[in-house]
Design a protein around this ligand. Structure first.
Ligand SMILES: Cc1ncc(COP(=O)(O)O)c(C=O)c1O
Length: 395
């Protein structure tokens, strides 16, 4: 069960992909003189960077590799500590660990994103970076985070994998820190099935990231030049078919987000009389993606009861999105002598056990959002879903 972009796959995606197939040129590189080379990847990168108000975008094979390569390109070295929330997907931790860093888990606040006050408490002489995660499409408190980063001279890598199209006080999510990573997997705002985007305004970081993602090559090369490179890379390239879908989806992004905002507004009106919960804090209500509607109940028993009645689950049960449930990350934390397992982050445990997420555009039981509406839901379906929710709350 996918995200909103998936539901809107249609003629535009078909047309873009068909153009590439008919051209016969599937590789991301080609010669400017070759009329068969449609440079979809390069076009996407230029247009997406402009949309985000940054100099550079790199289309890459996943959000995970966008995170990993960003950390490597930032110059993270073995033993560097990276501050990251206790509520995020496993990939945020894995990227830090594979880059040689130490994930320093941090409490979330009632926005269900990283708590800036707890960040400050966890800074040590080894801290090198902060990785705020715009969980469930909700922007982190970026003013507070950027001010801490300036004060302590830390790098900021935004994990905006769940937040394409979102913004914070007018700036696109992912564009505020030194770099940002977005995901195009099937559960995200827009999708290519799998895929990712790295964005940055930092020229050096971009050049290193580009090289790392493609065998040390310089950015935007055309053809198969043999150059003198100083960085070894691997291969995380995308091809023109993926870029064709990305372009078509990207052109729908603002309309998708606007539609979800309208649906979420309506859903909240429909459940206005339900009691026993508050909505999670939105650090920028205009800028959130509105992919989901998260409610926080007064107590965990009530949250569990309502979730069960709706055949859903509380957020603390949502698999590899909660530190305590990620068994391999916990094993790693235990091995390096860091706090691990349920109870290590009590404020997050408490909030997540009282939280339930209702889908608006991202229908994903793995995220705890198996109940709700989708971007295609009619007014009648929304009314029905809202009634179910209100009934469950009333007990
Ligand atoms: C917060 C977060 N970070 C990173 C990722 C990794 O993205 P991908 O699946 O494209 O590798 C995801 C994907 O679910 C995510 O939700």
């Amino acid at each position: 069960m996918p995200g909103p972009g998936f539901y809107w796959i249609g003629e535009e995606e078909k047309r873009e992909v068909l153009e590439v197939i008919e051209s016969g040129h599937l590789f991301r590189y080609g010669s400017a003189d070759n009329p068969k080379f449609l440079h979809k990847t390069h076009t996407f990168e230029r247009e997406f960077a402009e949309y985000c108000g940054v100099k550079h975008a790199l289309l890459i094979n996943s959000g995970t590799s966008a995170l990993w390569i960003s950390l490597l390109a930032m110059g993270l070295i073995s033993g560097d500590e990276v501050i990251v929330p206790a509520y995020t997907f496993v990939a945020s931790y894995a990227a830090i660990i594979f880059a040689g860093g130490v994930p320093v888990l941090t409490e979330i606040d009632d926005s269900l994103t990283i708590d800036p006050e707890d960040i400050e408490r966890r800074i040590t002489p080894k801290t090198r970076a902060i990785m705020p995660v715009h969980m469930l499409g909700n922007p982190c408190d970026m003013d507070a985070i950027m001010s801490l980063a300036r004060k302590h001279e830390l790098l900021v890598l935004e994990d905006a994998c769940q937040a394409a199209g979102g913004s914070y006080h007018g700036r696109k999510l992912g564009s505020i820190g030194r770099a940002g990573a977005l995901s195009l997997n099937v559960f995200k705002t827009i999708t290519t099935g799998d895929g990712g985007i790295l964005i940055t305004g930092d020229e050096d970081l971009y050049e290193r990231a580009f090289a790392l993602h493609d065998q040390g090559h310089a950015p935007l090369r055309r053809g198969m030049e043999v150059g003198h490179r100083t960085i070894l890379g691997m291969n995380f390239r995308v091809n023109e078919l993926l870029a064709a879908v990305a372009l078509a989806q990207f052109r729908k992004l603002d309309a998708l987000v606007a539609t979800m905002h309208a649906k979420k507004r309506r859903f909240k009106e429909l459940i206005a009389d339900a009691k026993g919960f508050t909505f999670r804090t939105l650090n920028d209500p205009e800028g959130e993606c509105a992919t989901l509607c998260t409610v926080i109940f007064d107590d965990a028993e009530n949250a569990a009861r309502v979730s069960r009645a709706l055949n859903s689950k509380t957020v603390d049960q949502s698999g590899w999105h909660v530190y305590a449930n990620i068994e391999h990350v916990n094993r790693h934390l235990e091995a390096i002598g860091r706090p691990y397992g349920k109870g290590a982050y009590p404020r997050s445990d408490d909030l997540l056990s009282r939280a339930m997420t209702i889908s608006i555009g991202v229908v994903d039981p793995g995220l705890g959002a198996g109940f709700g509406v989708s971007i295609l839901s009619t007014e009648e379906e929304m009314r029905h879903t809202a009634e179910q929710f209100c009934r469950a709350c009333a007990g």
